[in-house]
Design a protein around this ligand. Structure first.
Ligand code: 7RM
Length: 372
């Protein structure tokens, strides 16, 4: 609670009387921590909203900001991308001039979404804090401080005081060689920080195994990251999703980023599936916004996608299968449920496991039906 309060006040630069609106689902850690614990302990004026951003229309958040003169808005990239796809109409007649600070959390924010948020919501006057943390960390660990330290689009930037992140290679050695302009590795924490997890309820050994045994004397986050020469961090995604295609190691996030570069792609998810010759094949689920799609001709769109991936990463990263879907299966916090996508890609359509935390279970049926 102390850590959520401390980070709330410092990251958002909260001033008494400001109206703070965190749009997270209360069942997600971001909901408990930054709707309830942090703001309440800081005596903040906190706005709570139960509903979805697109009902009765995609202007719902902006209407709330206008009506209640919200000063700080904290939301997820998945919400920003979704609202972005409705264009600027829902923003018409909405007065967003009360906004002073914007924040994002939950997944890496792509530059396009960052700039849309900056331009159309913050009107280029509001600092955007990109806050990286996990349920296990008890609060924000890496973020810029609103208006105090500079933002860098799609970078969470610097660790908070007391937080000591390090990037390591497979063997746990600190990465000291630059790739292009940055270091790249697995994100670990070398020192305990104030919000650190201390056990897992009823299973202390599991806690030790999961977080503290991969690399000696380090907490392993499970995320991959870049670090630039100024010490800024960019979180690239979970590293448990590494593909091995004909002996080449590829990160799913890397392939997804390449796919997302193509105009008309809203988002995508890449998983591996067993492939006779390559070991693993690449299966891509892609959401298009319709506008740039070759009419009635998915084949052409697929060719464009393959060419894009080839150009950005290389022919090895070209997906073997591409399935166009209307949405990806996500939890309420916007995290893609890869387990489901992996099973469908493997042809295992029956035992998808627990799907009760899905935002929209109907998406799964559509995905199963369209399996390639
Ligand atoms: C707060 C939360 C944790 C995982 C984490 C990352 C991803 C969270 C960011 C992010 C890039 C961010 N807790 N993640 N924030 N990735 N930039 N600003 O999401 O336990 O539900 O998830 O979320 O992969 O490990 S969580």
């Amino acid at each position: 609670m102390l850590w959520t309060t401390y980070t709330f006040v410092n990251v958002f630069q909260y001033n008494p009387g400001d109206v703070f609106f965190c749009t997270a689902d209360i069942g997600w850690i971001t909901g408990h921590s930054y709707i309830a614990y942090g703001p309440l302990l800081a005596g903040a004026t906190c706005l709570m909203f139960e509903g979805i951003p697109t009902w009765p229309d995609a202007g719902r958040f902006w209407e709330i900001v206008d009506k209640h003169k919200v000063n700080t808005l904290y939301t997820a990239p998945t919400a920003i991308r979704s609202l972005m796809s409705y264009g600027l109409d829902p923003l018409k007649d909405k007065d967003l001039s009360s906004l002073k600070v914007l924040g994002t959390v939950g997944e890496p924010i792509n530059e396009e979404a960052w700039h849309w948020y900056d331009e159309h919501i913050g009107k280029k006057k509001c600092p955007i804090v990109d806050t990286w943390w996990q349920t296990e960390t008890g609060g924000i660990l890496i973020s810029n401080l609103a208006g105090v330290t500079p933002a860098k689009p799609s970078w969470a930037t610097l660790p908070l005081p007391g937080v000591k992140p390090v990037l390591v290679d497979e063997k746990g050695e600190e990465v000291t060689e630059l790739t292009d302009t940055h270091y790249s590795g697995n994100l670990c924490l070398t020192m305990p920080w104030p919000g650190i997890l201390r056990t897992t309820w009823g299973d202390h050994e599991r806690c030790r195994q999961t977080y503290f045994s991969t690399y000696e004397n380090k907490y392993f986050t499970g995320d991959g990251a870049f670090k630039d020469e100024e010490g800024n961090f960019r979180i690239t995604g979970r590293v448990d999703d590494v593909l091995n295609v004909s002996g080449h190691r590829l990160g799913t996030a890397e392939v997804e980023n390449a796919i997302n570069m193509m105009a008309g792609v809203v988002e995508s998810a890449v998983v591996g599936y067993p492939h006779e010759l390559k070991g693993q094949g690449i299966y891509a689920y892609v959401v298009l916004d319709g506008r740039n799609r070759h009419e009635e001709d998915d084949q052409l769109t697929k060719q464009d996608l393959l060419a894009t991936v080839s150009r950005i990463i290389g022919p090895i990263a070209k997906p073997d299968k591409i399935q166009f879907v209307s949405a990806l299966p996500k939890t309420r916090s916007g995290k893609i449920m890869r387990r489901i996508l992996r099973k469908v890609a493997e042809g295992e359509l029956e035992n998808l496991g627990d799907t009760s935390t899905l935002l929209d279970p109907a998406v799964v049926d559509e995905i199963k039906e369209g399996k390639i």
